[in-house]
Design a protein around this ligand. Structure first.
Ligand SMILES: *[C@@H]1O[C@H](CO)[C@@H](O)[C@H](O)[C@H]1NC(C)=O
Ligand SMILES: *[C@@H]1O[C@H](CO)[C@@H](O)[C@H](O)[C@H]1NC(C)=O
Ligand SMILES: *[C@@H]1O[C@H](CO)[C@@H](O)[C@H](O)[C@H]1NC(C)=O
Length: 300
């Protein structure tokens, strides 16, 4: 009898534990942490989609000295500080998260992965003067409308963020004042950019030979550790280049090379050797280019 009771108790215990296990698993499966709260109503389903992504990112922010994220509550995402909505190109009746401007917010987070690359209609990301670090996810290339990335004056490090080569529409890339190192891949000089700011990093090695194929209007390479001669192809860049800043590197032969290219519209030597007046070499919030209305990227 004693033995039998013991067996029954054990069996009941096992059944209870199993049930608990199942219940626990069930709970995890339906965890609401990533789903919008049922009591929130969104102006557009596209805003409901980005809500949990923004909320997850908010949880990863380790410093917010200006209290920016305190406005990131509720369903009115278009009114969150730093977030801008617009009608996307694929639907003029829809409202979606189109641009983010965190310039000067001094936020810190270990990575932007899982945030900007998960905002399906994002066109613009500005984050000058924050404390963001990590790498840029290759998933950013999946964003069909993305065209402007400014992560200047942050704490990004490692190799050049090659993820940007996959962004078909990218026209503006500003990664100055970070800690990027290694070589600058040739692909960036064949990308259809208007502006490329990579000054004040730790880029080293030679500039690639296709350097001059860049169609950019603005190019800053200053305050890195580039070595060797300036590729002669720079003579070909002069039809589009308005401003190129090379100072404080270990480059050689610039005068001779530029003179040698004189027949095909040379880049004026003044532009090569002098500081510009458009603050491109400053880490501050003024970027020299960029307009406020760009935050509504598809307004006519
Ligand atoms: C937008 O947010 C501000 C405070 O950040 C608040 O005063 C205002 O009422 C909000 N507007 C709407 C439409 O919710
Ligand atoms: C980054 O954080 C450090 C210390 O936490 C702070 O001193 C610095 O000002 C911050 N930088 C920016 C751009 O917010
Ligand atoms: C400049 O472009 C022309 C035509 O695309 C090309 O043949 C030439 O090699 C280029 N010059 C340099 C120095 O790259």
């Amino acid at each position: 009898m004693e033995h039998n009771n013991h067996f029954i108790t054990c069996t009941i215990l096992i059944i209870l534990l199993t049930l608990l296990g199942i219940l626990r698993q069930d709970c995890e499966c339906t965890s609401p942490s990533l789903a919008p709260s049922p009591d929130l109503t969104f102006a557009d389903v596209r805003l409901a989609v980005v809500y949990p992504i923004i909320q997850s990112f908010k949880l990863t922010i380790t410093l917010d000295p200006l209290g920016i994220t305190s406005s990131w509550v509720g369903s009115d995402i278009c009114n969150y500080t730093g977030f801008y909505c617009d009608n996307p190109p694929d639907s003029t009746s829809a409202t979606t998260l189109a641009a983010i401007d965190f310039n000067g917010f001094h936020l810190a987070a270990l990575t932007l992965d899982g945030f900007i690359d998960q905002l399906p209609d994002l066109a613009i990301f500005h984050a000058n003067s924050n404390n963001f670090s990590g790498t840029i996810s290759p998933k950013i290339a999946q964003l069909p409308y993305f065209y402007e990335l400014d992560i200047s004056n942050n704490k990004f490090s490692g190799q050049f963020p090659s993820a940007v080569f996959g962004i078909a529409g990218l026209s503006f890339l500003d990664i100055r004042f970070n800690f990027f190192t290694g070589a600058v891949p040739p692909q960036v000089f064949s990308q259809a950019l208007d502006a490329l700011f990579i000054n004040n990093n730790n880029f080293m090695q030679k500039l690639p030979d296709n350097f001059g194929s860049t169609p950019v209007q603005y190019l800053t390479l200053a305050n890195n550790k580039f070595t060797g001669p300036i590729p002669t192809s720079i003579g070909n860049a002069s039809s589009t280049l308005t401003e190129v800043l090379l100072l404080n590197n270990y480059l050689t032969g610039s005068r001779a090379i530029v003179r040698g290219e004189e027949p095909s519209k040379p880049v004026p030597i003044e532009q090569l050797l002098h500081e510009d007046r458009a603050n491109m070499l400053e880490a501050g919030e003024e970027r020299g280019v960029g307009r406020e209305e760009e935050l509504h990227p598809w307004d006519s």
